[in-house]
Design a binder for this molecule. Structure first.
Ligand code: NI
Length: 160
């Protein structure tokens, strides 16, 4: 790969890292009882949405790049355990995509380019991020815009 291609790959992987940081920041900012909040009686709880995002990452890695797959364990609705699990799946996705781009190999099942897996997961997690904030609001435990700014948007804008 050329230097320019490497720099581009680094920036894309950095965007994936930032996406995970934003998710973990939201997890840590949850008010007391926030993990149990749900938008409606038959909607998934906040805790279930976090574990669902982890599950989606792990299944994608298993299907597309089995050499990077890990064990999918049941996760208790506990903030620290969810954080550990999200870090693990973020790192598996990162390694899988990096490897396929660097070796010029396609994903096993889907995607025209390995980078599209990153884009899909960022889209998926942003979708659930909004749902989590809505569930918290409906449960009367909102994360305010003042709190959310430094934890989310600023993570994307910040220069290292
Ligand atoms: Ni989903």
């Amino acid at each position: 790969m050329s230097d320019a291609a490497h720099r581009l790959l680094d920036a894309l992987l950095d965007s994936w890292d930032r996406n995970n940081t934003v998710l973990l920041n939201l997890l840590r900012a949850l008010p007391e009882g926030g993990l149990e909040a749900r938008a409606m009686a038959d909607s998934p709880s906040v805790s279930e949405m976090f574990t669902h995002m982890h599950h989606e990452r792990m299944v994608s890695v298993f299907e597309e790049t089995p050499e990077f797959a890990g064990e999918l364990r049941m996760v208790e609705p506990d903030r620290d355990r969810i954080a550990l699990m999200l870090n693990e799946s973020a790192s598996r996705v990162r390694d899988a995509v990096k490897s396929r781009v660097e070796t010029g190999r396609a994903m096993n099942l889907n995607y025209d380019h390995p980078i599209l897996l990153l884009q899909l997961l960022i889209f998926h997690e942003s979708y659930h991020h909004g749902q989590i904030k809505l569930a918290l609001k409906l449960a009367g435990r909102p994360v305010t815009d003042d709190q959310a700014g430094p934890l989310t948007w600023d993570v994307w804008r910040r220069k290292k």
